[in-house]
Design a protein around this ligand. Structure first.
Ligand code: NAD
Length: 485
């Protein structure tokens, strides 16, 4: 792997502390960092290098899931870290940063490979990238890469504007848009699961699949994030990015080759075939909800409107369910159902594939309960794959019964999403980062939904905390003769 300099904007922030430093530490322990590297942290605080290194040490001791008590190893890791205070809007800070970067490149005798990681609020993405360019930090003899966190835009127009600005400083293949759902091992496994197994590949189409259900439910409420969440809602916080990425990964067809470009092309093809809604018909296919009070694990919890920082008249969605159609020859007629919400009954991210059963009348005479074949891909909090199928039970007069087969990953040493994603970015592998076209097409599908929400063209259902969302979400599937699994 190329030696490089990792420049971290927002190094004093929460994400850096909880995710980025522990991920770098794990990569270092596993000898997956380049032979020579330096990490330069930037933030508003006036810290010295020592203070920053102490902060990083504290972060890995607190948040690493496999911290090892080896002082010399830890010190070797910490020695790579430097700090520089920087106000993102002030050019002098970038000039100083350039000097530090060049000095470190010289000391370590490494090429000018620079990775700029923006772990800061999105309103700074634009000014930072343009200052990277203006200051000369971006004029390297080696490679340069830009890693950015969500959210990427607030609607279609703002996302397009942002992309336009970023593209003045970085080429598309230099931009790594993090969607941490794409860093989850089971999501990264989806493509292999479908294409390396003929039993699944052969069935992955509308001849055999009745519907696809993608769920991401949380038990937590808005917590301390009301300031951000009340402007975003579930539709922007989860649906536009994570849920549509899961849809793309599930529905994409066999790529020409297993390469970043071909995989991302297939995902883009899916998004291009996704049927757009007119805002007037959003209410027919989308359900929005907001949690009311209830009980979670025996404890009373307040409704969304009573949460600290939320206006009592807020109409923000904390739950969204939708029916989507992919108009291509493989998926014609197969509904994709997506739901995501807070304060739901269980914490679970999973994809359920429900198969058709043309011969069910043979084995399940009228009044008998029938069970379709289900393939369940569990993504979070546990990872596993299970298959539901039907079999005769000789011990029960040969009656048909539903049986399950399940394989689960031992969660103990499963790498964190950030570990896998940072490793890929260090390698220059963009497969599991969102391409601009994916982001733009996602916003295109979302835009009429946002407008319908804003204009109140569909009801805002209140659902009880600790339920699986409003009744209307169940009705959405019942209309097609299905139910949520
Ligand atoms: P944070 O508020 O904890 O940290 C923000 C960082 O930005 C700090 O280091 C601060 O010093 C720096 N900063 C703010 N204003 C600055 C300025 N004018 N000049 C220089 N630096 C400035 O935020 P966070 O939770 O670490 O999130 C960072 C980004 O990651 C955000 O875009 C957020 O949406 C995204 N994100 C965070 C999480 C998470 O779990 N925290 C998850 C997904 C995405």
């Amino acid at each position: 792997m190329d030696s490089m300099t990792f420049v971290l904007f927002g190094a004093t922030g929460d994400l850096a502390k909880r995710k980025i430093f522990p991920a770098l530490y794990h990569l270092f322990l596993d000898q997956k960092m380049p032979h020579s590297f330096s990490i330069i942290g930037l933030g508003r605080r006036e810290w010295s290098d020592d203070e920053f290194q102490t902060h990083v040490e504290h972060s890995v001791k607190t948040f690493s899931t496999r911290f090892i008590h080896d002082r010399s190893k830890l010190e070797e890791f910490l020695r790579a870290f430097r700090y520089s205070p920087l106000d993102v809007t002030n050019m002098d800070g970038y000039k100083k940063l350039l000097k530090i970067v060049q000095q470190r490149e010289k000391e370590l005798n490494i090429p000018e490979n620079r990775m700029f990681y923006l772990s800061v609020a999105p309103e700074f993405f634009d000014v930072i990238t343009s200052n990277i360019k203006e200051s000369g930090l971006g004029s390297t003899k080696g490679w340069k890469r830009l890693v950015i966190e969500k959210p990427f835009g607030h609607d279609l127009k703002s996302a397009q504007d942002l992309n336009e600005k970023l593209s003045q400083a970085f080429e598309e293949d230099e931009i790594y848009r993090v969607d941490h759902y794409l860093g989850k091992p089971m999501v990264q496994n989806l493509e292999a699961l479908k294409f390396a197994n003929p039993v699944f590949q052969a069935l992955w189409n509308n001849q055999h699949i009745a519907n696809v259900q993608i769920t991401a439910s949380e038990t937590v409420g808005v917590e301390e994030r009301a300031g951000y969440y009340d402007r975003a809602g579930a539709i922007r916080d989860m649906f536009q990015n994570h849920m549509l990425q899961l849809l793309m990964m599930t529905a994409m067809h066999v790529p020409k080759r297993i390469s970043s470009q071909d995989i991302r092309n297939e995902k883009i093809n899916i998004m291009e075939s996704l049927r757009l809604l007119q805002k007037e018909e959003v209410g027919l296919h989308v359900v929005r909800g907001q949690y009311g009070p209830g009980e979670i694990h025996g404890k009373r919890v307040v409704g969304y409107k009573e949460e600290p920082g939320v206006d009592a008249s807020s109409t923000t969605d904390t739950f969204v369910a939708a029916r989507l159609w992919i108009d291509d020859e493989f998926w014609n007629g197969v509904p994709f159902y997506i739901r995501t919400g807070k304060r739901m009954k269980e914490k679970s991210t999973r994809i359920v594939i429900e198969f058709k059963n043309p011969l069910k009348e043979w084995y399940f005479p009228k009044n008998e309960k029938t069970a379709p074949n289900l393939l369940v891909i569990e993504i979070n909090p546990n990872e596993g794959i299970s298959l539901q199928f039907n079999s005769k039970n000789v011990l029960n007069d040969g009656k048909m019964e539903t049986v399950h087969m399940r394989v689960a990953t031992n969660q103990k040493n499963v790498p964190e999403a950030y570990e896998l994603l940072i490793f890929d970015a260090l390698h220059g592998d963009t497969t599991f980062f969102a391409h601009w076209k994916e982001v733009e097409l996602s916003w295109k599908w979302i835009q009429p939904v946002l407008e319908a929400f804003e204009e109140n063209l569909l009801p805002l259902h209140t659902y009880r905390s600790s339920s699986m969302g409003p009744e209307a979400s169940h009705k959405l599937l019942e209309e097609d003769g299905f139910h949520w699994w």
